[in-house]
Design a protein around this ligand. Structure first.
Ligand code: TRP
Length: 372
């Protein structure tokens, strides 16, 4: 494709297939750290599957982000990218509707990261609570790479390269969205003459390159893991995977610490187990009945409820396990899906980059990206 012309020529035409007024655009994605689990599904992917019907969807595999803490595991990261595509397909993402693409194959993202890094005070980046949390949880101490905090700037470029209007994410990603909104406002003010007192919704209308994106936090922003303490995460060994059998799900649910003894009062329906009840048991009447019986201290034990939740999870995962099995061992097919998605992603991101470069007085030449 050809990038739009420098500022002397007519403005670039949109390469997107949908009028954003009709179909707003979303961008979200995952860092490849192994198979996706139930936490990813309820926190984000479930919402994406719905949004495919009404939005123009871009889903990024943030493989460069994975390199920021696991540079020694590049082989695993590559493999995980393909696994995530399998999980997406299994969970219901349709590659004909949504573009699934590789971060590392969209050069506009890296270029905008560098440019955006100049719009943010260094200390502002380091104040990001999600970064601080990761440093603590992963035990990085002071020994993280320069690229590690840079990934937060990179994430603003992931989103803004696609001029996304909305970003469906779990709650832990909200600080990244705040940073993204700051970058977008700052860029539009510094390079596009957008007034700093204008409303976020007016930026594009007033000539800003970037819309100010909003975070769309799912109903269950953060699913607690089967340890009952931390967010569900593969590395913390507290995750239920979509490939888990009923037996495995039951065993993992059995381990859920409900805090009945100390953290919460007996019969407290705000405990971790009841988060699962409300998330996975579909029949609202049954949920209410369980809550009532539990709170009343009727003879209804954690063990019984855990089995009921495990059954509900199994019912949800069964069709996913079947769909996933169809893509097992089909790497060539998965790569084709990724290539098609990455081509679409580059078409849009190159257009954004050209507009941003024009605005920032960097629009010197045209260029083309061709994938082999
Ligand atoms: N940081 C996100 C995570 O680990 C993944 C991600 C990368 C992302 N770029 C993004 C999410 C852009 C939303 C938008 O889950």
């Amino acid at each position: 494709m050809t990038s739009p012309s420098p500022n002397t020529d007519a403005p670039a035409s949109s390469t997107s297939t949908h009028d954003p007024a009709v179909r707003p655009r979303i961008l979200t994605g995952d860092t490849p750290t192994g198979q996706l689990h139930l936490g990813h599904y309820v926190g984000s992917v479930r919402r994406r599957v719905e949004l495919q019907e009404t939005h123009e969807c871009y889903f990024i595999l943030a493989n460069m982000h994975a390199y920021t803490t696991r540079i020694d595991k590049s082989d695993e990261i590559r493999r995980d990218c393909l696994e995530i595509v399998r999980d997406y397909l299994a969970m219901g993402i349709d590659p004909d509707k949504s573009a699934i693409f590789l971060q590392s194959e969209v050069p506009a993202i890296a270029e905008l990261t560098f440019l955006f890094a100049m719009l943010l005070p260094f200390n502002r980046v380091m104040r990001n609570p999600t970064l601080k949390d990761e440093i603590r949880v992963k035990g990085l101490g002071e020994n993280y790479s320069f690229g590690f905090p840079l990934y937060a700037v990179g994430q603003t470029a992931d989103i803004l390269s696609f001029r996304a209007h909305s970003v469906p994410v779990g709650e832990d990603q909200v600080p990244h969205l705040e940073l993204t909104r700051e970058v977008a406002r700052k860029f539009n003010q510094v390079f596009c003459g957008v007034d700093e007192h204008c409303d976020d919704s007016e930026h594009e209308q007033l000539g800003g390159v970037f819309p100010i994106p909003v975070a769309d936090v799912g109903r269950v922003g953060r699913l607690v893991g089967t340890d009952g303490v931390n967010k569900m995460s593969k590395s913390l060994n507290n995750a239920i995977f979509i490939t888990d059998t009923f037996k495995k799900i039951k065993k993992k649910m059995g381990q859920l610490y409900t805090g009945r003894q100390s953290l919460t009062e007996p019969g407290d329906v705000n405990n971790n187990l009841f988060q699962y009840v409300r998330t996975f048991i579909e029949d609202a009447g049954r949920v209410a009945e369980l809550e009532r019986a539990y709170a009343a201290g009727d003879n209804i034990g954690d063990g019984h409820i855990k089995v009921e939740v495990a059954e509900a999870i199994d019912k949800l995962l069964e069709p996913m396990r079947e769909r996933r099995a169809q893509y097992e061992g089909k790497d060539a097919e998965i790569l084709e899906i990724l290539k098609a998605g990455t081509e679409r992603a580059n078409a849009l991101a190159e257009e954004t980059l050209a507009r941003a470069k024009d605005a920032a007085n960097l629009g010197f030449f045209r260029r083309e990206i061709r994938m082999g």
